[in-house]
Design a protein around this ligand. Structure first.
Ligand code: K7E
Ligand code: CUA
Length: 668
């Protein structure tokens, strides 16, 4: 079926999507201004930009503001479209997403936490939050940033107190999730972290030299040879005070990390900037979207041109250039020149190909079969389809784009069901559009022929992910859309609202207005997840207790009988204690005022879920000890007195009595 977008029904293949889009945005803005008059929450702040409304639209910077206003005023959705509001209660053949007490979910979901810096683990389809993994954020419940090891981890990674996690990627073997690691970027500080899925905890963070902000981040398919990270913000190279007022000397870099050592192997300099990244399934091409080929530093400059360029990185060719020594070194990192005029870019195997797209696109996501990369237009109502095979064979970069369906307003992200359909989030329309990939390729550019249906979401969706869609094994039953705004969907909780993640069933292909998509449930989420990735429960097998062989030689496993105090010198004491229900191996220990105390504690329990805490008031010590785990904390005992050590995890009937004393004697 053909479904028209909400504000424009033209399908003229010769029309310029960008110009058309500006007109649509203008209409929307005019409407919204009228409808929203008097709404104190709506502000475009045009005066501060010094632009007329028309200029503002031309500058293309209005997406966020318009999107927000649209939801407030309710003017955006379904102007004349048939897709509004119905078909949201299920039609009987949607499997129950309710998971009864005692039963398990089908899928693990890994959510990036955005500027909370963490990772959240949900079960699908219940959408119950199972746990959180602190990553870039010191976090007390799990003692992350409160024991020596994780404090050191955070310090070595720059000692920042927060991070902005955006794009989680699961490690792959042969294109399939192998359940070993998850990698995620920190947009705020140009870092990439690794989460060890045996213990569901962060085990490495790399602070990437020469870059300020990493936005796009992905695992290279099919065998996790590299972790690829895009620096979004162009900066002087190195950013040490030089070239402050020479923006044309600022650069954007692709960084490649070794997935095991987490070391930065090399970087590639490009023209323009780099945003989101995904790879093909053969280990050759990595595609990066970009929105600032103007290399501007202000919004008007960044959005001046009608075109930006997706950068397609030929990874084996880049590695060969590095191996051949064709690089310069900055801060110890080999940097290969991938700019347009670079001599390395002229031959038969250019390092970087520049593919023109409508201006300021958002994301790029590769289909599970590895054939196409979809570049969502953001400021263009289209998705550009890149034929990945043609990247190797087609000399004219423009011919690499084999389709450009018009999907709706504000397309940001695309996902797949493995049955030939794509699902794109429409930020401004507050909808998800389902479309047919082959039909889009076989129909004229800017046509709506490929659209199979649209469904309203609430509100202003960003990422959208279907189960296992980032691997070669999409299962095509559930889809989650991560909406930026929730507005009226939940009980009000003050002016900072939760986001709203919505679960949509996509297992039915139907010839109806939604193409068979059914909205199943709403879930409030703490700000602000950006992306998620889902793996079948069979693919992930975490440990239930620690394997002490994993820290043998680094930390002592402290038993009850070797719990002890060792004075190292006049100012240093080592304290070793076992921990079990309902006692610490040391009922008390004595140190002297001003001593540096190095405490080592082992939870000697062998049973699953018997976690103990070790908290020392007034000393910033909190250890969370899983069964068989050992943690250490080093601190100064600087005030004489008695300090009650207690357990924070409610572990037994004698949990409250599970205590010890640190006695700090005055130094006379
Ligand atoms: Cu679209 Cu950081 Cu993935 Cu957010 S980015 S939405
Ligand atoms: Cu141990 Cu509570």
């Amino acid at each position: 079926m053909t479904e028209h977008s909400s504000t424009d029904n033209t399908t003229d293949e010769l029309s310029d999507p960008v110009t058309e889009y500006e007109e649509q945005l203008n209409e929307v803005l005019a409407d919204t201004n009228e409808t929203a008059a008097g709404e104190s929450t709506v502000s475009l702040e045009l005066p501060s930009l010094g632009l007329s409304r028309r200029d503002f639209m031309k500058a293309g910077a209005a997406v966020g503001a318009i999107g927000s206003m649209a939801g407030c005023a309710g003017v955006m959705n379904n102007g004349g479209s048939s897709s509004g509001g119905t078909n949201q209660t299920g039609s009987g053949d949607v499997p129950d997403h309710f998971v009864p007490p005692g039963e398990h979910d089908e899928y693990y979901g890994f959510w990036s936490g955005g500027h909370s810096g963490d990772l959240r683990i949900y079960g699908l389809p219940s959408m119950r939050e199972l746990t959180r993994i602190p990553v870039f954020n010191p976090e007390q419940a799990k003692g992350y940033g409160f024991d020596d090891e994780t404090t050191q981890l955070l310090e070595d990674a720059g000692d920042f107190k927060w991070g902005d996690s955006h794009h989680p990627g699961l490690s792959e073997t042969d294109g399939k999730y192998d359940g070993r690691y998850l990698y995620v970027n920190d947009k705020a500080h140009g870092r990439v972290a690794r989460i060890n899925l045996k213990y569901f905890e962060t085990d490495a963070i790399t602070n990437i030299p020469n870059v300020q902000s990493v936005h796009g981040c992905c695992v290279q398919s099919p065998d996790t040879e590299y972790i690829l990270a895009n620096s979004e913000f162009r900066t002087p190279l190195p950013n040490d005070g030089r070239d402050l007022d020479n923006p044309d000397k600022y650069v954007s870099l692709l960084s490649a990390l070794d997935p095991e050592s987490m070391e930065v192997l090399w970087q590639v300099e490009v023209d323009g900037n780099l945003d989101i990244i995904d790879t093909d399934k053969d280990g050759k091409w990595a595609l990066s979207s970009a929105y600032n080929d103007e290399e501007g530093v202000e919004v008007e400059e960044m959005t001046k041109n009608d075109r930006d360029f997706v950068k397609a990185f030929n990874i084996p060719a880049i590695q060969a250039a590095v191996d051949a020594g064709n690089y310069r070194e900055v801060n110890g990192i080999p940097i290969v020149d991938g700019t347009k005029n670079s001599s390395l870019n002229q031959g038969d195997e250019p390092l970087v190909r520049y593919i023109p797209t409508p201006k300021s696109p958002h994301c790029v996501e590769v289909t599970p079969d590895g054939k196409y990369g979809m570049v969502a237009g953001k400021l263009s109502p289209t998705v550009s389809i890149i034929d990945i095979e043609k990247l190797s064979t087609e000399p004219d970069p423009a011919n690499v784009i084999v389709g450009q369906p018009k999907v709706g307003l504000g397309p940001l992200h695309t996902t797949y069901d493995g049955r030939g359909h794509a699902y794109t989030s429409l930020f401004i329309d507050s909808q998800v559009v389902k479309w047919d990939i082959e039909t889009a390729i076989n129909s004229p550019k800017a046509s709506e022929e490929a659209i199979l249906g649209k469904i309203d979401v609430h509100y202003n969706p960003g990422h959208i992910q279907a189960v296992q869609a980032m691997s070669t094994e999409p299962t095509g039953d559930w889809l989650v859309v991560l909406n930026k705004l929730s507005k009226d969907r939940f009980l009000p909780v003050g002016p900072i609202y939760p986001d709203n993640d919505q679960l949509i069933y996509i297992g039915n292909d139907k010839d109806d207005e939604t193409g068979g998509m059914e909205l199943v449930s709403d879930h409030p989420v703490y700000p602000e997840p950006h992306d998620a990735i889902f793996a079948s429960k069979e693919k992930i097998s975490p440990a239930t207790t620690w394997d002490k062989a994993d820290y043998e030689g680094e930390k002592e496993y402290v038993t009850e009988s070797n719990s002890r105090v060792e004075r190292i010198d006049d100012e240093t004491v080592e304290v070793y204690t076992s921990v079990k229900r309902s006692e610490y191996g040391l009922r008390d220990f004595r140190v002297k005022e001003g001593d540096t105390v190095k405490l080592t504690a082992t939870n000697i329990e062998g049973s699953q879920d018997i976690v103990h805490g070790l908290a020392i008031p007034e000393h910033n010590v909190h250890l969370a000890l899983a069964p068989q785990d050992t943690r250490q904390a080093t601190f100064t005992a600087d005030k004489p007195g008695v300090y009650w050590i207690y357990c924070t995890y409610f572990c037994s009937a004698l949990h409250l009595e599970m205590r010890s004393r640190m006695i700090v004697e005055p130094r006379s």
